[in-house]
Design a protein around this ligand. Structure first.
Ligand SMILES: [Zn+2]
Length: 92
């Protein structure tokens, strides 16, 4: 008995029997969940924002670390910390 029911790939619609929503890694990469893209977007914004004087000022004001660029987890809550200035549209 197969461990997984046959289902259609969410991206290319081919039937497959595997865990997950996609038949292959490339399909999964081609159709990542929105939350992943939002996180990438936030990371980009954070990297830019960390270079600004405002970010550095906040860091010393609240004694919080800057957003870590390597980690998937942010050391701070970005949405509540940010007063996103003009030019830092997040395009959510
Ligand atoms: Zn596929």
């Amino acid at each position: 008995m197969g461990q997984y029911r046959e289902k259609n790939c969410k991206y290319c619609d081919k039937p497959f029997r595997k865990q997950g929503l996609f038949c292959s890694k490339s399909c999964s990469n081609s159709n990542r969940p929105v939350s992943d893209r939002v996180r990438d977007n936030m990371r980009e914004v954070a990297e830019e924002y960390n270079k600004t004087p405002a970010a550095l000022a906040r860091q010393s004001q609240f004694n919080t670390p800057l957003v870590t660029l390597e980690s998937d987890d942010y050391a701070i809550e970005i949405p509540t910390l940010y007063d996103i200035p003009d030019g830092y549209s997040t395009d959510f």
